[in-house]
Ligand binder design. Structure first.
Ligand code: XLS
Ligand code: NI
Ligand code: NI
Length: 441
């Protein structure tokens, strides 16, 4: 028995690039082998519970636009029956899409209780409900997380709150969410510091708050080891929104923070396309930097509007951008415990159940096209070849000696004089390389 929400829509199948069926895949072909691995295992798609099933379609100027059978009637609160119906529909959608994973916050899946214990026991009840559905459908948990930003108790932050009781409440919440994530065999646990930042320095002790955040993360890491949770702890950088300034600004900032608190070997990053743009970077910049620093973990896939200046969380539809993103993912050796989570939501006028499917199908196809092109670029050494050539000079024994610390500054200076070194500039060939990429797109 299904909920009937999606009517008689059949599971989406791969029909090839010429299909005009809006509910079929044209590029996402789970069994296609790329670089020796199935496409499904490369991409590891996950559906975000919050955007598709919890968000009502509101914006700063208006409320709910979506009518969903699992939304409470106006003026009344969400019940566990609503939450279970929501779970029924969610798992129906995961199956219709053939999505292997999902992700959730505690607050997405259960109504908040009057006390901490009531909220926790409701989450446990839903986790049991999920466990049954996961074994029935084969859908797995990519990551779990706690919502430490919506409730008013968190308005001044969770770990970075001036009130230690909020720190404690957040710690208890994360402990329980990690327990639930472990119970559901989640492959990662995410901490996005939504309100771990400030509105004004006039009321903020920045140095103290950073220490609080460092302590909080250390507690989480210790606990993970204590209970034998094998998943990866991931921080999701974002520069601002909802706070004016968020401490986990971008990949570079997070790395510096991790190093300061001795956690750079324990914690990796979940990089979101839209957050990279908000930080003034490209997505591929953030991915390349995380690879370089050894902290790449997972991605939140979406697309930001380039004019709006906030987190618009649209579904990706720009293939050239996806090519460069998956190129970096592949260069780093691909996902280990991470995957491609659609942290993306419909536009608020997209009211129909079908819109939910079409949005994800289009997004998955866009990622698949990007991945396919990136894999071919790697096979052909399309960029790798020219890159090797560009740095080839560093293979010489003298260059190696400089790099490995075997030459002093004086020795290098002396050699420039004796060898009469006069560097000859060479073209960076940017336009040529851009044209090469476009051959694959
Ligand atoms: C918000 C974040 C959030 C995290 C999970 O901007 O992207 O959705 O992914 O808390
Ligand atoms: Ni996100
Ligand atoms: Ni986001």
């Amino acid at each position: 028995m299904t909920s009937g929400f999606f009517g008689d829509i059949k599971p989406a199948r791969y029909e090839g690039p010429d299909s005009t069926n809006p509910l079929a895949y044209r590029h996402y072909n789970p069994d296609e082998i790329l670089l020796g691995k199935r496409m499904e295992e490369h991409l590891r798609f996950a559906i975000a519970y919050w955007h598709s099933f919890t968000w009502p379609g509101g914006d700063p100027f208006g409320g709910q636009t979506f009518e969903r059978p699992w939304f409470p009637k106006e003026g009344s609160g969400e019940t566990m029956e609503h939450a279970k119906l929501k779970a029924d529909v969610a798992f129906e959608m995961f199956s219709l899409l053939g999505a292997p994973y999902f992700c959730f916050h505690d607050a997405d899946v259960r109504p908040e209780g009057d006390t901490f214990s009531e909220s926790a026991s409701r989450l446990d009840e839903i986790a049991d409900y999920f466990a049954t559905k996961m074994s029935e459908t084969g859908v797995k948990l990519l990551w779990g997380t706690a919502n430490l930003f919506s409730n008013r108790r968190y308005m001044a932050g969770a770990a970075t709150n001036p009130d230690p009781d909020v720190f404690a409440y957040a710690a208890a919440t994360v402990k329980h969410c990690i327990d639930v994530t472990k119970r559901l065999n989640g492959e990662n646990y995410v901490l996005w510091g939504g309100r771990e930042g400030y509105e004004t320095l006039l009321n903020t002790d920045l140095s103290r708050e950073l220490d609080q955040l460092g302590r909080f993360l250390s507690l989480v890491v210790d606990y993970k080891h204590k209970i034998g949770f094998k998943g990866t702890i991931l921080i999701e950088p974002k520069p601002q929104e909802p706070t004016k300034h968020q401490y986990d600004y971008d990949v570079a900032t997070v790395f510096g923070f991790l190093q300061k608190y001795g956690l750079e070997k324990e914690v990796k990053v979940n990089i979101e396309q839209g957050h990279a743009i908000l930080a003034g970077h490209s997505f591929e910049h953030e991915l390349a930097l995380a690879n370089a620093l050894g902290i790449f973990g997972s991605i939140d896939m979406n697309r930001n509007d380039y004019q709006s200046g906030w987190d618009t969380d649209q579904f990706p539809n720009n293939v050239p951008e996806m090519v460069l993103a998956y190129y970096q993912v592949l260069l780093g050796g691909g996902f280990k415990t991470g995957g491609t989570n659609f942290d993306a939501k419909l536009r608020r006028q997209s009211l129909d159940p079908q819109d939910l499917l079409i949005a994800h199908i289009g997004g998955m196809d866009c990622c698949a096209r990007g991945l396919k092109a990136a894999a071919r670029m790697i096979e052909d050494k399309a960029l790798g070849g020219p890159l090797d050539e560009r740095y080839a000079g560093w293979k010489s024994p003298e260059a190696q000696a400089m790099l490995s610390g075997k030459r002093t500054l004086e020795a290098i200076a002396a050699r420039v004089v004796t060898d009469k070194i006069e560097p000859q500039p060479k073209s960076g060939r940017q336009e040529y390389l851009e044209n090469v990429v476009n051959r694959y797109v």
